[in-house]
Design a protein around this ligand. Sequence first.
Ligand code: MLT
Length: 265
Amino acid sequence: MKAYINGVQLYYKESGRGDAVLLVHGFPLNHTIWLPQARALASRYRVILPDLRGHGRSEVPPGPYPMDLYADDLAALLDHLQVERVILGGLSMGGYIAFAFYRKYMHRLRALILADTRAGADAPEGRERREAMARLAEKEGAAAIAAQMLPNLLGPYARERRPALVARVQNMMARTNPTGIAGALRGMAQRPDATPLLPTIAVPTLILVGESDALTPPAEAERMAAAIPGARLMVIPQAGHLSPLENARAVNRAVLGFLADLNQR
Ligand code: MLT
């Protein structure tokens, strides 16, 4: 489906009926990273998978795309779908957006799922790296970004044994619009530190991390889990930074268990 949301055409995929679960992809990816979860959840939940502005089949306006703007897009999408409160999951950049959403729209959250993400802001060198990457995308296109990112995204299990998955992730990145890539990079570089937010998070929170996540390693997830009151941490075996794709079965089990417990509260 496509809809005109917050000034741009956004694509989203919706399936199932029940409590709304909104799953947000990372950078420079698209909604398809969450398809295995949509399939597993749709018999009991209304699952919404958006393509963020600048990504997938959504419109690519000029950037930067600050995380607050993405949060506004998601809130407007929920308005469009007449969803008042949501269980919000985000992978990596999707997690940064979840923190922005929490800051701005706390009253609309039922629960949080933070997958392969971090709370901290970029250090100055990190911001410079993002700007260099944004320029590389603008100059040489998305394939150069895909080549640079691929080795760090997937864990050794997928890299060594799942060539089709490797090719799929590479294609997904290489097909992302370079203007969208640059917009997201410059938006991520501006994001504030969400660490002070963690002890204030008052909704049930599930934290997922691939055991071989090289970008946002398990130690990062452990720190977040220790800081968020009552958070549940699941380390996903045989997975790197893209745990929902790399070990869909384990992620599905963790998410279904977390959601079932929410309904007992
Ligand atoms: C992502 O997967 O969304 C990115 O790796 C996040 C980042 O670059 O910080």
